[in-house]
Structures are given as structure tokens and as C-alpha cells.
Design a protein around this ligand. Sequence first.
Ligand SMILES: Nc1ncnc2c1ncn2[C@@H]1O[C@H](COP(=O)(O)OP(=O)(O)OP(=O)(O)O)[C@@H](O)[C@H]1O
Ligand SMILES: [Mg+2]
Length: 113
Amino acid sequence: MKLIVAYIQPQKLNDVKKALFDKAVYKLSVTNALGCGQQMGYHESYRGVDVEVNLLKKLRLEIAVNAEFVDATVDAIIAGARTGNIGDGKIFVLDLAECIRIRTGEKGNEAIG
Ligand SMILES: Nc1ncnc2c1ncn2[C@@H]1O[C@H](COP(=O)(O)OP(=O)(O)OP(=O)(O)O)[C@@H](O)[C@H]1O
Ligand SMILES: [Mg+2]
């Protein structure tokens, strides 16, 4: 089992969701996030004053999948989120030790799917 964590541009959520659904990935969590990548944020002007904007708004997606869904999930996130511009986002793939469905007590592969 893997936990796929992705930071994407907020306006790409619908495209990413569609791409995930096309690959039969239906379960995900989405939260608001602030972050910066290798550009370390950027400078912009607010009322004529130069303001440093270090943390930009992103969405954080968390998707727990069985091993056979990892590649399809990563591909779908890329397909939905990529514009080719800086700030498109980043994907992390983590080993996932356990998953438990609270209602039934199912564990592991059965609880994820
Ligand atoms: N190494 C990292 N650790 C934790 N979060 C990160 C890391 N890199 C990126 N992020 C998160 O992902 C978001 C999007 O990153 P971003 O796409 O700007 O990555 P990047 O490495 O700067 O690539 P690019 O040059 O394409 O912009 C960041 O705002 C931040 O929330
Ligand atoms: Mg960046």
C-alpha cells in the first residue's frame, strides 16, 4: 500500500479529479495548503509596495492506494495538473503501513479499495 501526497494548483482540481475517476480512483482527501518550491515564492506589488509572497496557495491531495494503482494514480495527477509552467506541483509516494475501515474493522488492501 502507498500513500500518494500531491500538491497541485487549486484551479487544476477538477481536471485531476476527472483524470483520477477515468482510472477508477475514486477516494481522495483534499485540503488547503500553503507552500513554496524551488522558486521560494515570489515578489509581487501590493498598492505600490513590493511584497514578498513566500507561501502560495496550493491544494494537498492524499490518496491511499493498493500497489497496482500507484502508476495510474501518479499518471492521472500529472495529466490533470500539468501546464508546463513553474508551480505545477509535486507528487510524493510514501509507503503506507496500515489502513483500517472504522465501520467494519477491515484492514489493509480490503479497507483501501
Ligand atoms: N521538497 C518539498 N517538500 C515539501 N513540499 C514541497 C516540496 N517541493 C514542493 N512542495 C510543495 O509543492 C508545491 C508546488 O511545488 P512546485 O510545483 O513549485 O515545485 P518546484 O520544485 O518549485 O517545481 P517547479 O520548478 O516546476 O515550480 C509547493 O508550493 C509546496 O507546497
Ligand atoms: Mg516552484
